[in-house]
Ligand binder design. Structure first.
Ligand SMILES: NC(=O)c1ccc[n+]([C@@H]2O[C@H](COP(=O)([O-])OP(=O)(O)OC[C@H]3O[C@@H](n4cnc5c(N)ncnc54)[C@H](O)[C@@H]3O)[C@@H](O)[C@H]2O)c1
Ligand SMILES: [Zn+2]
Length: 363
């Protein structure tokens, strides 16, 4: 995003606390910002979004705010809810409060929301035409019946594109904090007449994604395993589907949103509209790396995990003129090239042990 903003001639100020779980305890600035800093194209503040004083400093002269700072990890949020609500909910509250005295010069607020707030995506029953899912009961999951049943007739439902109008169904603390961030920003934007967009990112992948965080980013997690000669660990049967969107597309969507002059406050899906199974991601990565390591299906399930969620990208197209340009197959090349130079530390087994210790993995 910063590369793109600088390229387009914007003056950029970055605030980040360089959370060690994400950045692996790096230096005082992230490496990929150093070029811009040397060239005097950006300002960087090492600071926490929950600290009003640091925010005040960073917000000087700012007219458009993109709020991406968040603690990210579905499973981890279930045993660290206070930390997640502190950085995500309280952090957003502190940010909004800092914006109040600056509202006259503010032109736009953009906040990163998440597809995770949908819980299960939208469905259509091939037998009765119903769209309501019944919950996946523990008893059903224990029999390894992974698909979501139709609430009306019990048939396995088929996934359908998930539009913004689908009601939220919060299945994790992380999802609840993302919904909260979105609601806070939209309510604030409406009250103050500050144009606001909450972008519901689907599954983002690409160079520079965190390789040290074992709780998030399935493509990076699988890649870390494969580079370490280990099989990717797949929950359930691996046929659960997601919508993988290239970080280049996401950066473009964020910049389009920040530059937009449209009034109003609303949420937009940012995804491709194309489903991919988790198993297919593991196989695609192995093929691209030229290794023959098959993924290991655990046949276990994680509390709060969903089966299918794929984006309906129509509204973002209408509002921003945005549609994703890159496919997953084409995006894994740049991800792998970057990853090879990074020596990821494989903390996946450690992350899995923590989830198991909290009783969040079953089956
Ligand atoms: N990656 C995805 O697939 C995805 C999907 C949906 C939504 N999102 C959202 O997009 C945003 C960016 O996610 P990401 O994948 O780049 O995650 P990330 O963890 O790589 O980036 C988050 C950044 O925020 C910083 N940060 C965390 N807590 C902070 C705090 N209290 N103060 C200041 N900085 C803080 C971290 O150091 C990190 O640089 C997040 O809001 C996330 O919830 C991501
Ligand atoms: Zn049915």
């Amino acid at each position: 995003m910063v590369d793109r903003l600088v390229e387009r001639g914007h003056a950029v100020t970055v605030l980040d606390n360089l959370d060690p779980q994400v950045h692996g305890g790096c230096a005082a600035t992230p490496r990929h910002l150093e070029g811009h800093l040397r060239a005097g194209r950006i300002r960087f503040h090492l600071g926490d979004v929950t600290c009003a004083i640091e925010l005040e400093r960073a917000l000087e002269d700012v007219t458009r705010v993109v709020h991406l700072a968040a603690t990210v990890g579905v499973g981890q949020s279930m045993y660290q809810p206070s930390y997640y609500t502190l950085s995500n909910c309280h952090g957003t509250g502190v940010l909004l409060e800092a914006l109040v005295p600056r509202r006259a010069r503010l032109r736009r607020l953009v906040v990163a929301s998440s597809m995770s707030l949908y819980g299960e995506g939208a469905f259509l029953c091939p037998r009765c035409g119903g769209t309501e899912p019944a919950p996946r009961s523990d008893e059903r999951l224990a029999r390894q019946r992974w698909e979501v049943p139709c609430a009306r007739c019990g048939e396995d439902l088929a996934p359908a594109p998930t539009a913004e109008s689908k009601a939220a169904d919060l299945t994790s603390v992380y999802a609840a904090t993302k919904k909260h961030q979105e609601d806070l920003c939209i309510a604030f934007g409406r009250a103050y007449g500050l144009p606001t967009l909450a972008l519901r990112f689907f599954n983002v992948f690409g160079p520079r994604q965190s390789l040290s965080n074992p709780y998030t980013g399935v493509a990076a997690i699988f890649l870390g395993r494969l580079l370490a000669g280990q099989p990717p660990l797949v929950f359930e049967d691996g046929l659960q589907s997601r919508d993988f969107i290239d970080v280049r597309d996401v950066a473009r969507a964020v910049v389009l949103s920040a530059e937009s002059e449209q009034p109003g406050a609303q949420a937009l899906n940012i995804g491709t509209g194309r489903p991919t199974s988790v198993l297919a991601v593991a196989e695609l990565l192995a093929r691209a790396l030229g290794v023959t390591i098959a993924p290991e299906r655990l046949g276990k399930f994680r509390a709060g995990d969903i089966r299918h969620c794929v984006c309906d990208p129509t509204r973002a197209q209408e509002v921003l003129g945005f549609s994703a340009e890159h496919t997953l197959a084409e995006g894994v090349g740049p991800l792998i090239e970057w990853c090879k130079g990074e020596r990821p530390t494989d903390r996946v087994a450690e992350g899995l042990r923590e989830l198991e210790a909290a009783g969040l993995v079953r089956g």
